[in-house]
Write a protein that binds this ligand. Structure first.
Ligand code: SME
Length: 159
């Protein structure tokens, strides 16, 4: 059961709290979809100024919608398409300051203005991606990337 933790007043400390508390809500004996379902909820709690947080899971050359928090979203993204598919193809994090300026961006929630997508690598293969959308431009800075890469590293260990 989620015990609401008092949040900090700055995003760095909230990421620190997220990294401290996330392990209490995930278990190595659970299947990946259970782990990522709780992870999506915990991320949503600790990360401010975002409108969509979720996971896309790779199967062959496709990404399929996984656990998320936010409005219903597109269920399939081809590897190489959209921000998610390009991050998956490049196996590197993509930070997009203005989604309207990103060639091939796929709109799921019309409120989204900026986005970050991190690849999730498990045993040197692409498991999926973590996708976070924000309703403001330039929401994701280098510091967000640093902490979110730590979150992904923590999660991989539980998948
Ligand atoms: N914007 C993403 C699609 C997924 S939604 O944002 C939830 C993209 O361009 O891949």
């Amino acid at each position: 059961m989620f015990v609401p933790v008092e949040k900090a007043d700055n995003k760095e400390d909230n990421y620190r709290l997220l990294l401290e508390y996330l392990p209490y809500y995930i278990n190595r004996t659970d299947p990946w979809y259970t782990t990522l379902a709780n992870a999506a909820a915990v991320l949503r709690y600790f990360i401010d100024e975002v409108n969509w947080i979720g996971f896309y899971i790779r199967q062959d050359q496709m990404l399929y919608l996984g656990p998320f928090q936010g409005l219903a979203a597109c269920t399939q993204i081809q590897i190489g398409h959209g921000v998610c598919g390009q991050a998956a193809q490049q196996k590197s994090t993509l930070r997009v300051d203005d989604v309207h300026a990103f060639d091939g961006h796929i709109t799921c929630d019309a409120a989204s203005e900026s986005e970050i997508v991190l690849p999730i690598m498990k045993d040197e293969t692409l498991f999926g991606v973590l996708d976070i959308d924000a309703p403001v431009k330039n929401r994701f800075e280098a510091v967000d990337q640093v902490f979110l890469e730590k979150v992904v590293a923590l999660l991989v260990d539980f998948l």
